[in-house]
Design a protein around this ligand. Structure first.
Ligand SMILES: NC(=O)c1ccc[n+]([C@@H]2O[C@H](COP(=O)([O-])OP(=O)(O)OC[C@H]3O[C@@H](n4cnc5c(N)ncnc54)[C@H](OP(=O)(O)O)[C@@H]3O)[C@@H](O)[C@H]2O)c1
Length: 261
């Protein structure tokens, strides 16, 4: 049974884990943040924070490594094996980076977490992988307190999910960033675009997103596309993106028509 938890890393995921863990009856919760000045950390995690790696509680029943993917292995190398369970939270990092421990696993929540947003864990799909039955049983019980949507996937399957997640979340948001920058730089009120963003995402839940596509590239409206290329000449990065995406939409549109013939 997991009664004490240590989180290493104090970023987006750590903050959301702490918000939930505070509601659970844990004997001990500690978080490791490496910045010297604690005031820079989100208030939710400050009461549990240690900045000194030597005082960090690594003997907790569960240690969650919640650092950026590229540092997981290095952080794991600094943890002594007391028989505790060590997990990471990454979609595309193999469980094998923790294989030096007796009990290890992965708890990957398929959601986008930002410190400044509140999220309800109840429905977030959580993907578990474990080194052995003992670990699987313990992290499953622990995860049950977070969400009712628990799934078991190995590292390969989890990576496939994560790549799609990058498209449907990170890239979509990046497009909103680009659109907002463009609106701002041209004195257009960004809030006027919000109903459109809302409907674009919403309709993909109730219809095939391929069929939901609209816009000048899909319609093959070359004159309109050329007008947009011209207007975007002063924003070379945006022009590049516009062309790549329009080409991809054009191809899909043509394939779609060919399939119907
Ligand atoms: N955010 C999401 O939406 C999301 C969703 C699912 C899974 N994940 C996974 O969760 C993990 C963390 O992501 P995140 O979004 O929370 O990242 P993040 O906001 O960038 O936070 C990472 C934290 O790790 C700390 N850190 C990095 N190297 C460290 C080290 N050597 N020792 C101690 N702390 C270290 C960073 O400290 P500094 O601030 O000092 O750099 C920062 O506090 C990643 O594996 C990611 O793939 C994230």
């Amino acid at each position: 049974m997991i009664r004490s938890v240590t989180i290493i890393g104090a970023g987006n995921i750590a903050v959301h884990l702490v918000r939930k863990l505070k509601q659970m009856e844990l004997q001990k919760l500690t978080v490791y943040g490496r910045k010297a000045d604690v005031s820079g950390y989100q208030k939710d995690i400050q009461p549990f924070l240690s900045n000194d790696p030597n005082t960090l509680e690594k003997k907790s029943d569960l240690v969650i490594i919640a650092v950026n993917d590229d540092n997981i292995s290095m952080v794991a190398g600094q943890i002594k094996d007391y028989g505790q369970i060590i997990v990471h939270t990454s979609g595309s990092t193999s469980i094998n980076v923790l294989e030096q421990f007796r009990h290890f696993g992965v708890m990957y929540p398929l959601q986008t977490f930002s410190v400044d947003r509140d999220l309800d864990w109840d429905k977030i799909p959580l993907f578990i992988e474990a080194s052995d039955d003992y670990t699987r049983e313990n992290i499953s019980k622990f995860a049950n307190a977070f969400t009712e949507s628990i799934h078991y996937k190995d590292s390969e399957e989890r990576k496939k999910l994560h790549i799609s997640a990058v498209f449907v979340s990170n890239f979509v948001n990046h497009m909103v960033v680009q659109g907002k920058e463009l609106a701002d730089s041209q004195g257009v009120d960004f809030s006027l675009l919000m109903p459109l963003i809302y409907e674009t995402v919403n309709k993909s839940f109730s219809m095939d997103p391929l069929k939901a596509q609209t816009g000048p590239a899909l319609r093959n409206d070359i004159v309109t596309l050329e007008k947009h290329f011209e207007a975007l000449k002063k924003y070379p990065d945006k022009l590049k993106l516009y062309k790549i995406l329009s080409e991809s939409i054009l191809k899909k549109g043509k394939n779609n028509i060919n399939e119907k013939l």
